[in-house]
Design a protein around this ligand. Structure first.
Ligand code: FES
Ligand code: FES
Length: 204
């Protein structure tokens, strides 16, 4: 009799173990199914077709709606001139022009530039390769050392002149204060902007 009880108890335990395993498997499948569907639907909800004109060339590309303009330029189009310094709007290394006005591309959603003209440092020189006067002035005045901040400095400098703010060294310093240079090339940068200001007329 004791032997029968033992066998029944073992059979019961085995059944219980199978039920637990089956329940666990069913649970994991149920948990997995909605997660996968949700990821798919998120993928379609979060993608969009972006059409804009970086450096005068019409582009249409599918992007994640959460992408920054900086990431789309650098990773989507290979325009790596705009630099990712802080990625938080604090250094100016990512400065580009949208519709002729300077913006921090790390803080700009790519979807915001739909239909816009965007100019990066790559689009500043002329089609024949001649440097923009501001680029040349930076070279002439040694306004760079490591050069990492230089694309953003030059884009801000061009905008500073265009905005009518390059009227004195103090003004230049004020309106370039959003661009940091860890090498401390500020003296050369101010000199370069002063020198280029007289040569710049109209949109770059
Ligand atoms: S990378 Fe955009 S402000 Fe620093
Ligand atoms: S030139 Fe090096 S950070 Fe500006």
């Amino acid at each position: 009799m004791a032997r029968v009880d033992e066998d029944e108890r073992s059979a019961g335990l085995e059944l219980a173990r199978r039920e637990v395993m089956a329940a666990g498997l069913a649970g994991s499948l149920l948990m997995g199914t909605p997660a996968t569907a949700s990821a798919r639907s998120e993928g379609s909800l979060n993608s969009a077709l972006l059409s804009f004109r970086p450096n005068g060339v019409e582009q249409a590309l599918e992007i994640d709606t959460r992408s920054s303009l900086l990431d789309v330029l650098r990773e989507g189009l290979g325009l790596v001139g705009a630099k990712k310094g802080c990625d938080h709007g604090q250094c100016g290394a990512c400065t580009v022009h949208v519709g002729g006005r300077r913006v921090l591309s790390c803080l700009t959603l790519a979807v915001q530039v739909e239909g816009c003209d965007v100019t990066t440092i790559e689009g500043l020189s002329r089609a024949d390769g001649a440097l923009h006067p501001m680029q040349q002035a930076f070279i002439d005045h040694d306004a760079l050392q490591c050069g990492y901040c230089t694309p953003g400095q030059i884009m801000s400098a061009v905008a500073c002149v265009r905005e009518g703010n390059a009227t004195s060294p103090d003004n230049i310093r004020e309106y370039m204060s959003g661009n940091l240079c860890r090498c401390g090339a500020y003296v050369g940068i101010v000199a370069a902007i002063e020198a280029a200001a007289s040569k710049l007329q109209g949109p770059a």
